[in-house]
Ligand binder design. Structure first.
Ligand SMILES: Nc1ncnc2c1ncn2[C@@H]1O[C@H](COP(=O)(O)OP(=O)(O)OP(=O)(O)O)[C@@H](O)[C@H]1O
Ligand SMILES: [Mg+2]
Length: 235
């Protein structure tokens, strides 16, 4: 998978609806787009427009009714559960609005999890954890528990966790949604620097007005469809 030379992500004719009583509610309809390796794509859209649904389909957490998702040239849609688990473990990183760190584990233990799952030896794990903590500005905080950190600090740990195993694709669902404006801005800046540095491909759902500063491309999710925005953003 690593020698793949095409787009990092290909989405073809994706459709998804949910049952609601006796009717079906169509959330996404014939959605298609490609994302090149190293690109940062932002998804904007109203609450309920289908942004999280789309991310879940991209990661194979949810299955589409129609269409296909390919990550590094491989069809996620055709994969069984064991293969999907491996794909996520090796090639996908997640960042959530509510950080989702494991509260009973220290910062270092939270960061070690993706590496343990990928069987990295303990000495290399320690090095990689220290390196990533340095990159997110949290040198020496290995032993802290999540509730001993501020929201912005927790999100920086979560960002480090999302990229510690060098995934091909990082999916971030409103990573600044639970932070004050100033902290949110700092976290976005950090994301953009880190991602340029490490060459990750990022799909970022956000309501932040500052997203145009960090995204290469911006898509609006509206009425089940995705439209690329090229004009200056006014929200
Ligand atoms: N598992 C599910 N079962 C039924 N309906 C669902 C399910 N998941 C999502 N939906 C519906 O799909 C629509 C899109 O939801 P989604 O969570 O993707 O929106 P969103 O754009 O992420 O919104 P927000 O900005 O509030 O997070 C909503 O109308 C929601 O009710
Ligand atoms: Mg959502």
């Amino acid at each position: 998978m690593d020698e793949h030379s095409g787009p990092a992500l290909e989405v073809l004719g994706l459709g998804k609806s949910y049952a609601e009583g006796r009717r079906r509610r169509t959330v996404l309809r014939d959605v298609g787009f490609d994302v090149a390796a190293g690109e940062c794509v932002a998804l904007l859209g109203r609450s309920g427009s289908g942004k999280s649904t789309l991310l879940n389909l991209l990661a194979g957490i949810d299955r589409p009714d129609t269409g296909e998702v390919r990550i590094m040239g491989r069809s996620v849609t055709g994969m069984g559960e064991p293969e999907l688990t491996l794909l996520r473990r090796r090639h996908i990183g997640f960042i959530y609005q509510f950080f989702n760190l494991i509260p009973t584990l220290t910062v270092a233990e939270n960061l070690a999890l993706p590496l343990e799952l990928n069987r990295m030896p303990a000495a290399r794990r320690r090095e990689r954890i220290a390196e990533l903590l340095g990159k997110v500005g949290l040198d020496g905080r290995e032993g802290a528990f999540p509730d001993q950190l501020s929201g912005g600090e927790q999100q920086r740990v979560a960002i480090a966790r999302a990229i510690i195993h060098e995934p091909s694709l990082v999916l971030a669902d409103e990573p600044t949604g639970n932070l004050d404006a100033h902290t949110g801005h700092r976290v976005l800046e950090l994301l953009s620097h880190l991602f340029r540095d490490e060459g990750h491909t990022l799909i970022l759902v956000t309501h932040s007005r500052e997203v145009s500063a960090i995204a290469d491309r911006i898509f609006a999710v509206e009425d089940g469809q995705l439209t690329e925005r090229t004009e200056a953003l006014s929200w």
